[in-house]
Design a protein around this ligand. Sequence first.
Ligand code: ATP
Ligand code: MG
Length: 305
Amino acid sequence: MKIFCDDVLENLPMPTPELSLINNAKLKALAQPVQVIAVTGGKGGVGKTSVSVNLATALAARKRVVLLDGDLGLANADVFLGLSPRYTLAHVISGERTLDEVLIEAPQGFQVVPAASGAADLACMGAAEHLGLVRAFSSLAAQVEVLIIDTAAGIAHAVLQFAQAAQQVLVVICDEPASLTDGYALIKVLSRNHGVGRFRVLANRVRSPGAGRELFERFERVTTRFLDVVLEFAGEIPDDEYVQRSVREQRPVCDAYPASSAARAFKKLAEAADTWPVPPGPRGNIEFFVERLVQRGPAKLAVVP
Ligand SMILES: Nc1ncnc2c1ncn2[C@@H]1O[C@H](COP(=O)(O)OP(=O)(O)OP(=O)(O)O)[C@@H](O)[C@H]1O
Ligand SMILES: [Mg+2]
């Protein structure tokens, strides 16, 4: 007996006439490659939001960046940036506001889509909400080159959806047993049930230079022993008190303390991220991201004799 996942075919979104119209006309006109990076990690508090806001800050020097707060439960990217959003992604999805009304300009030179805090799981959206999301992101296509998604802790459905839809899944780990086991669990469910086979792993809160690569190698050995995935080392961010200080001051460390060791490491990460390939053709377009984002239903297991 062989068990495999057929969620890719099973979960294709139901086409609606409206969606087809948009797909055929407006979306294609706007099509341009967009790098979509989901920052995730399994465990709470490993530094996903710190990484997201600093990667956005460092990349904004060279690219048009939008940061999407994908933590639908405890949104806090806006807090890290000292912003006070009036509207969120929920207003866009429901059609009450346009994306332009919701987007906030961060002083660091990128735009933020505040989270649909407390909103229903993306999986529970109806066709109208799907359409709202497609419209929102397709209007974004013209003004974004890199979309960074700060995801919530854990393996809630929305986290998995953001990760499966992204071009790059950046898994943040730190040297704590719970971070490694939760990171492993996240990679396991994404690879087995959501067709994600490649991950970039960032070691955060590293205590000495080179310790991040050692941590990565330890993590990779265990992960690839049991799972059919490819892990790539994305780099290391030192444990740096300036990160905490900048969180209190509600400014990314890259902006507030650019000479700090963490800021320098984030800049290095941004330089590397700038070279990560965007899939060619339609797979690199934001429409592809949205289509994957709105795929419905939990992964299904098919039993084959
Ligand atoms: N490199 C670092 N050096 C020192 N402190 C750090 C570093 N990275 C993160 N922190 C601290 O850890 C705390 C948690 O970070 P952050 O909120 O970014 O984690 P998270 O993974 O987004 O958490 P959550 O799962 O709750 O969303 C922050 O207060 C921050 O100051
Ligand atoms: Mg966070």
